[in-house]
Design a protein around this ligand. Structure first.
Ligand code: BG6
Length: 484
């Protein structure tokens, strides 16, 4: 591992993302010894004029998520907060970034970085509209200057653009300032335990290798549900909608890992090459394979226009034009204000040919990977009903992480991904060509929604979403099974 001083700069330090995700993730890394105090310093940068202590106080409450843990870690919290310094300035101010650079350099000198390299990580917890100016100012004033090596990296959050054109423009602007290995486009779904498990599952298990194709798999669902609406962030959400907020990024990343071919090796570039290929093999989305919804009451939010056409729910079918998947529908479904909070992948297998047990009526084999809550994988299968009768029943082979790995604390996605940025591992980050391919898939339908040509169907908050989505699922060949 590299040594030398590490400066982590959180831009947008007083915003929601920084408070709720970035700083808590940094704290957890600190607590576990990944951010040693003799090397690391954390800078918060934002427009608000506040003192170091005010920033620390704002963050404090978010660092540990329950009271018991909070008292257990109180010493660590105090020490961690001491590592944070605040610099205020606007996102287009040369003077502000010069001051930031001065602070970082002073820290580097005080940590005697001449004996080691200097590493500078800039986390942009900011709206994308300011990315170009912020990146330029970092490039002009805040790059690592150590003669002894080290690096400068930037971490950017979605949304990376609103469609193909704007995303390409943003990519070009940032690409003029930084090389691809310096840019970490974060998608926090790639940091989730069971998402990281997907390639292991597929490529390290003989069970799955021969079955993972159109001969055996009838359909795949990738589902995201939330049981709350867009309260508090209606303004942001209304500009983007559920496709840009969840499907184009989080669900599509999961889709890539489920559908891609085996990479040549585990090198990040090999994995990302395969993800790009499968994205490029996706056929244009058909109108009759899309259902959009908007929950009733969404427009009551004062920050949402009364005539908003923005979907808070979408179900759509992606079809892949290649040897492995032709004819297999991949159903992507995401919704806010539904009846439950859950993210899962459901791989449904075809019926058993020449079924002598007539077990099809009870349901098909299905392999379910529950990303959250309560990580689990289970296989729904047919077994003999225990007892004297020879009848069949659907049951499960169940690997529930909470039971099986009681002693393991599953890291937060952001924690893992920030550690990757420090280590320089880009495997779980979105490459520029991958982003482009992702926008190519959704841009036509997004433009039609933006133009008001495609309207969302109203649904009751707390429901399953519009009934039309279930009909689409059925049409795509999904057979409802019993049990879980
Ligand atoms: C974010 C979206 O990227 O992901 C939010 O902007 C959504 O709308 C969130 O609530 C869901 O993340 P998680 O990890 O809670 O599933």
């Amino acid at each position: 591992p590299e040594t030398g001083c590490l400066s982590i700069v959180v831009l947008g330090a007083s915003g929601d993302l920084a408070k709720k995700k970035t700083f808590p993730a940094l704290f957890n890394l600190y607590r576990q010894g990944f951010l040693p105090s003799d090397e690391v310093y954390i800078f918060g940068y934002a427009r608000t004029k506040i003192s170091d202590d005010e920033l620390r106080n704002r963050i404090r409450g978010f660092l540990v998520d329950n009271k018991a843990a909070s008292s257990k870690h109180s010493d660590d919290v105090v020490k961690f907060l001491q590592l944070i310094k605040y610099v205020s300035g606007s996102y287009d101010s040369e003077e502000g970034f010069q001051r930031l650079d001065k602070e970082i350099s002073e820290h580097e000198i005080s940590k005697n970085s001449r004996e080691g390299s200097s590493r500078r990580l800039f986390y942009l917890a900011l709206p994308p509209s300011v990315y170009p100016s912020v990146c330029k100012l970092i490039r002009n004033y805040c790059m690592n200057k150590s003669d002894l090596g080290g690096w400068t990296r930037i971490v950017v959050e979605k949304p990376f653009g609103r469609d193909l054109e704007s995303a390409e423009k943003l990519s070009a602007q940032i690409g003029d300032l930084f090389d691809e290995p310096q840019i970490y486009r974060i998608d926090h779904y790639l940091g989730k335990e069971l998402v990281q498990n997907l390639l292991v599952l597929r490529f390290a298990n003989r069970f799955f290798l021969p079955l993972w194709n159109r001969d055996n798999i009838a359909n795949v669902q990738i589902v995201f549900r939330e049981d709350f609406g867009t309260e508090g962030r209606g303004g942001y959400f209304d500009e983007y909608g559920i496709i840009r907020d969840i499907i184009q990024n989080h669900l599509l990343q999961v889709f890539c890992l489920v559908a891609m071919e085996k990479p040549v090796s585990l090198k990040p570039e090999h994995i990302r090459d395969e993800k790009v290929k499968v994205l490029q093999s996706v056929l244009p989305i058909e109108d009759e394979e899309v259902v959009l919804g908007q929950y009733e009451g969404y427009r009551d939010d004062s920050t949402v226009p009364d005539n908003s056409n923005t979907p808070t729910f979408a179900t759509m079918v992606l079809r892949i034009h290649n040897e492995r998947w032709e004819g297999v529908p991949f159903i992507l479904k995401a919704g806010k204000a539904l009846n439950s909070r859950k993210a899962e992948i459901r791989v449904q297998f075809k019926d058993v040919p020449g079924d002598i047990y007539k077990c099809q009526k009870q349901g098909r084999n299905e392999f379910v990977i529950r990303l959250q809550p309560s990580e689990a994988m289970y296989m729904k299968l047919t077994v003999k009903q225990p007892g004297l009768e020879m009848s069949t029943v659907q049951s499960e082979l169940d690997l529930s992480y909470r039971q099986r790995y009681q002693e393991v604390v599953i890291p937060e996605a952001y924690e893992r991904l920030i550690l990757d940025t420090i280590r320089g591992d880009q495997q779980h980050f979105v490459r520029r060509d991958e982003l482009k391919a992702a926008w190519e898939i959704f841009t036509p339908i997004l433009h039609r929604i933006d133009n008001g040509e495609f309207k969302p169907i109203p649904y009751q908050p707390g429901s399953r979403g519009p009934g039309e989505a279930d009909e689409l699922l059925e049409k795509a060949g999904y057979v409802q099974t019993h049990g879980y």
